[in-house]
Structure formats: C-alpha cells, structure tokens
Design a binder for this molecule. Sequence first.
Ligand code: GTP
Length: 400
Amino acid sequence: MNELSDILLFGLPALALAGLGYLGVRARRGRGTTPDRTAPRAEPEVPPQDVVTPSTTAPSTTAEPAPEAPATDQPPAEPAPPTLERPEPAAGRMVRLRGRLARSGSPIGVRLLSVLSRDHLSEDDWDEIEETLLLADVGAGPSADLVDRLREQVRVLGVRDVDSVRGLLREQLLELVDPSVDRSLATAPVTLEDGTSHPAVVLVVGVNGTGKTTTVGKFARVLVADGRSVVLGAADTFRAAAADQLQTWGARVGVPTVRSDRDGADPAAVAFDAVHQGLEDGADVVLVDTAGRLQNKAGLMDELGKITRVLSRKTPLSEVLLVLDATTGQNGMNQARVFAEVAGVTGIVLTKLDGTAKGGIVVAVQRELGVPVKLVGLGEGPDDLAPFEPEAFVDGLLEG
Ligand SMILES: Nc1nc2c(ncn2[C@@H]2O[C@H](COP(=O)(O)OP(=O)(O)OP(=O)(O)O)[C@@H](O)[C@H]2O)c(=O)[nH]1
C-alpha cells in the first residue's frame, strides 16, 4: 500500500513533470502540454524533438533541411534542425586502449616485461613482478597466483627471450581476466508471460563522479549505433545539472530524456515514468541514471531498493550496471562491495581506464564480486565507451 501511495504521490506528479521534460515533443505535436522550459539553453544545437522519432525505430541520423523562410510577413520559420550525430559502431573500440595506456606513463606490461627478460631472475625480481601487479590493483591473491604460475613456466620451459616471455605473460594475464565469461549486455526487449513486449530496463548505479551520467550518455550512443531505440531516465535528481547533462547527451543522437524539473524529486518516480514512456513509445531500451550517493549504506539501500521495487512492478530489470572509476583503486573496491550487496549488480562498467596504470582492477573486481566487466570507459570523447574484450585489454596492457 505504501508503495502504491508512493506512486500516486510521487509518480503521477513526476509523470506530469516528465511530460514537460520530454523535450517538448508533446507540445510541438499540439497535445496541450507546455514545451520543456528546462532544456539546456546553452545547447542551441539541441534539435526540436519532432525531428526525432522517439519510438521503435532508430532515430534518423540526418535531419531534413528547413524550408527557406518565405519572403512575406508570416511568422519567422523555425530554425533549421541541426544534423543529429551519427555515433560510431562500438565493435573494435577496445584497441584504442593501447594508445591511451601508452600515454599514461608506466603501463604494467612494460614494467613486467623488463624484469622478466633479465638473464637470471632472482627472488628480488619475482618480488618486483608481484609488486608491479599489486600496484596495478590486480589484488593480492591473483598477483601471487600469477607469479607462481609464471615462475613454474619459466623454470620448466627455460625461456628468456622477450617474445616467449611476453607470450607466457599474455597467457597468464588472459586467464586471470577470464575470456570465458559471458559479457553480453541484456538490451533486447523482453516478452512477458502475458505476451506483451517491454523495453529492456538498464539501471546504472555508482558513486558520484565515477562517470555514471557520461556512461549513460555514451551507452545510449552505442545502442543508437546498433539501431536500437532508447529512452533515458534522469533519476539522479540530487544534482539538477545531471539531468541537463543527460538530456544534452540524448538530444545529440535523438534520444528523449524523461526528467523531473523539481530538485530532489523522487528518483523512483522519475525512473518509473521513464519506463512508462519507453513502453508507450515501444522503445527497445530504457537507460536509467541514478544518484547513488554513498553517505551511508542504509540511505543507499532505501533509495536503490525503492527504485528497483517500483521498476520491477512495471517490468523486470534486464541489467544493473555498476560504474566504477578505475583510478580509485581499493576505494573503488569498497564501493563495489556495498553496491553489489544493495543493488544486485549484473555487470561492471570500468571508467577512466585511459591514463591509469591500475587496469588490474578488472581482475580484482571480477574476482571479488563474481560479476563481469562488460564495458570500459577509454576517454572523455562521446564514443569512448567500449564493450570489454579480454584479449584487447591484455594486449593493451602489454603493448601500451
Ligand atoms: N578520462 C576519462 N574521463 C571520464 C571517463 N568517463 C567519465 N569521465 C569523466 O568523469 C567526470 C565525471 O563524470 P560524470 O558522468 O559527471 O559522473 P557521475 O558519476 O554521473 O557524477 P554525478 O552526476 O555527480 O553523480 C566527467 O568529467 C567525465 O568526462 C573515462 O572513461 N575516461
């Protein structure tokens, strides 16, 4: 009953507000609501929504040019809708990591190989190898395992030349990252028992500043590049600018954003409205950004618990992605544990992997949580989000 009243109290007003925030699409089509006054004014390139098709088909990536303004005293024509961006396909983006790591200074692969190719490997050398792995956040257990296995192989095979050592190291690192894990993202619409088709709902959680909103924006582009229709839900109602930020990301590729105009609105209500909108539009995927402030575990549990409860009453959650900042090391691991416990995480997005020598956190977080890394952030560019590929990752570490 409480939950029902939550929806009645917060859901309905937020639905109305979200209607306002729906980039003006309804207003422009003459359905009587007011246009979105909160669309970021500093973004003149944001197209009017009626250029965009927020429904089952992928938004057109080129907009029709506006007709010439008539030379009469009629009201001035609307400005020409700008061309929507055409995001790059996501396949193969991981290879960028190599170049990005090379710029980061001391990739672990270079350090490991320089020790491993010494003529006689002393105890100190093996300690140095283990220390390098630890500094890269591989974690104590996996680092010790890798050193043991390498020691054994080097002893048995007696290899010293750099190419053979590189081969052994590559094999061992790959085993730690585990290429056999299923890293696919559940973004296909789901058919419920009653035969109705629902959008895949992806909830994105994580601590502020890890790159959550940016990741949701980049992920929308990945999906659009793949021909999917997407609705964004700005359930990070704690920071008003986060909704603007998300809306701008979406508008660049013709994806609508459901948001509330009220600071501190109920995030569960906004998330609910986003899913409702996705259903109404027949969208393939609804991506929901959350605030996830980690002031205390109970607060987080309340907030995320309510969002998941309210959403799953409408449609099942397809993915809960935890965004972690690769540069935060052990601190990131502590956050990961709390979120995994609270939110039922199904995949990790590791951001800021560019420019850090701490890529080993991929191994640590997967081992600790038993959840695979599915996406990685490789920079601040709009298409710098890549599906995680173990081979390309290890090659990036070794050859960066
Ligand atoms: N170098 C780099 N920067 C990134 C990456 N992903 C995100 N960022 C940057 O990280 C900063 C924080 O990103 P946001 O998306 O605002 O973080 P957030 O977690 O949503 O933070 P809140 O909205 O405050 O909750 C921004 O400057 C992003 O450009 C990445 O993969 N690499």
